[in-house]
Design a binder for this molecule. Structure first.
Ligand SMILES: [Zn+2]
Length: 509
């Protein structure tokens, strides 16, 4: 690999010869791929590929595995300034942290937050993210610009809530539905941005709007992203209001179908699992979110057995595809496999496939990305497997799930273009973006009025060590100062000045 440089990978047409290519048929040696105009033009045995593409100089990639990029089936790009604010919080954190945080974003900070999340995702091997709809009061095109400028593929949700308090049966659905139609038509020719609709939770939209968004998305070949059956309190509210659980309610109003991308779907009855299987709806299984703030773990091994479509999602917890796939298997093993003596839990291939092709299918891009096959978008990773963690190799998909790490990523490609080289973008200033986020993020969090129930871990430790303190009534802890030991201290709060290093989309229009 000593002679491989990013310049050799920044060509309009590439003939790549890795040690191993991970195809839908499994890992294949002595295979090569041709990338041209953003897609895989050919995939096959090296000898044939070299012979049939004589104009291309083969780029040999010793020690590298070429695999599809990971797909994050559930993300919130504009929540990136508050990642650690969620730690230790009880469920329904969106009411106390995420909604205030997103509402405090202006155009520049929304752009920077979304681009920061996109960069983190790329660094974790994701080439596609499904953005579940920002509640920032900016044009959603700000988020589209951030994703496009970072170079990641984005399924971009537009929030279509029209019943904020869950009782707005008299709300006029026309403004929301016209915006939905405009959004679905807005990105037709865009190579990286794919429109989608979103409803925060079933109770956030009226029944007619739930049905109409389902119909509009189905007609457009798009998905509707809805958080479904995630928190116990939400399930119980639905039972009290409708006599139906949230997923049953979506079925009742005509919103359950192949266009639905149900985020979480953790608290499911057997009947609801059957509803998912029968309807063709897809799920984003979010194991890290379950561990950090959830009430349950989705029965994903059973989903696979029942033929339910599903991918893996981070929910903005951390943008690392390897750790997500590992958590997906780990959570199944602890939650279901130990109790039933299932030592396989779908085996490594299940979780690797759901992190890539299964996720692409779930977010509505199954024909576009997620696989290394001719005609698919060239969204792929070069993974260095020469380290001690990966040798000798016996079962590559499972090794990638259990032992793979993002520090093995040599290169990340989206739509045939080199987007990251050893963790950083070769054609824009990634470190400058991180510095700008470290300036803007604390200001946004301070003005957001976030309410946390859990203190920082240091304070929690002090309370645990001081019985009197731990027994005393707790007030809402203030948002702590950022611990930017390696980052510059944030400047005093005030109007955000645009950074010349980071053009925001508003400045370009
Ligand atoms: Zn979410």
């Amino acid at each position: 690999m000593t002679d491989l440089t990013p310049d050799r990978l920044r060509r309009d047409a590439l003939l790549l010869v890795p040690d191993v290519t991970l195809t839908p048929d499994g890992p294949l040696g002595l295979h090569a791929v041709v990338v041209r105009d953003g897609v895989f033009r050919d995939v096959g045995p090296v000898e044939r590929i070299v012979r049939t593409h004589p104009s291309l100089t083969p780029v040999r990639l010793p020690g590298q595995v070429l695999m599809p990029g990971f797909v994050d089936a559930h993300h919130h790009l504009t929540q990136s300034f508050g990642g650690a604010l969620a730690f230790g919080e009880p469920s329904e954190i969106f009411r106390r942290v995420w909604v205030p945080l997103e509402r405090a974003l202006d155009e520049e900070s929304a752009y920077v937050a979304a681009k920061l999340a996109a960069l983190e995702s790329l660094r974790g091997g994701f080439t596609t993210v499904a953005e579940a709809g920002t509640r920032a009061t900016v044009d959603v095109d700000v988020v589209a610009s951030a994703a496009r400028d970072a170079g990641i593929r984005c399924v971009l949700g537009l929030v279509c809530n029209d019943a904020a308090d869950g009782t707005g049966d008299d709300a006029d659905p026309r403004p929301v539905l016209s915006a939905a139609e405009r959004h679905l038509a807005r990105y037709g020719a865009d190579g990286l941005v794919h429109p989608s609709l979103a409803v925060s939770v079933p109770e956030a939209a009226t029944a007619p709007t739930l049905a109409a968004t389902a119909r509009l998305a189905a007609e457009a070949g798009a998905v509707v992203q809805i958080h479904v059956n995630e928190h116990l309190v939400a399930v119980e509210r639905s039972l009290v209001r409708h006599g139906l659980r949230p997923l049953e309610y979506l079925h009742h109003v005509g919103a359950l179908g192949p266009q639905l991308l149900a985020a979480h779907a953790t608290l499911l009855t057997p009947a609801e699992v059957t509803l998912l299987a029968d309807s063709g709806a897809a799920v984003s299984y979010n194991p890290v979110a379950s561990a950090w703030k959830g009430n349950a773990v989705a029965p994903a091994t059973a989903f696979a057995e029942r033929g339910i479509r599903f991918g893996l999602g981070t929910d903005g917890t951390r943008g690392d595809g390897f750790r997500l796939a590992d958590a997906a298997e780990f959570a199944q093993r602890l939650t279901y496999g130990l109790a039933s003596g299932d030592s396989s839990c779908g085996a490594g291939w299940t979780w690797w496939e759901r992190a890539t092709a299964g996720g692409a299918d779930a977010v509505g891009l199954g024909r576009r990305t997620g696989r290394v096959v001719p005609g698919a978008a060239a969204d792929f990773l070069l993974v260095d497997v020469t380290g001690p963690e990966m040798q000798p190799s016996w079962d590559l998909p499972w090794e990638l799930v259990r032992r793979g790490n993002r520090d093995q990523l040599t290169a990340v490609f989206v739509a045939g273009r080199l987007r990251l080289w050893h963790g950083w973008p070769p054609d824009w200033d990634g470190p400058a973006l991180v510095r700008r986020a470290a300036e803007l993020g604390p200001r946004v969090v301070r003005r957001a009025g976030v309410t946390r129930a859990h203190p920082t871990s240091v304070t929690a430790r002090q309370r645990a060590a001081t019985p009197d303190a731990s027994a005393s009534p707790r007030t809402t802890p203030a948002v702590p100062p950022p611990h930017g030991s390696v980052l510059p201290a944030p400047p005093p709060a005030g109007p955000a000045a645009p950074s010349p290093a980071l053009p925001c989309p508003g400045g370009r229009r």
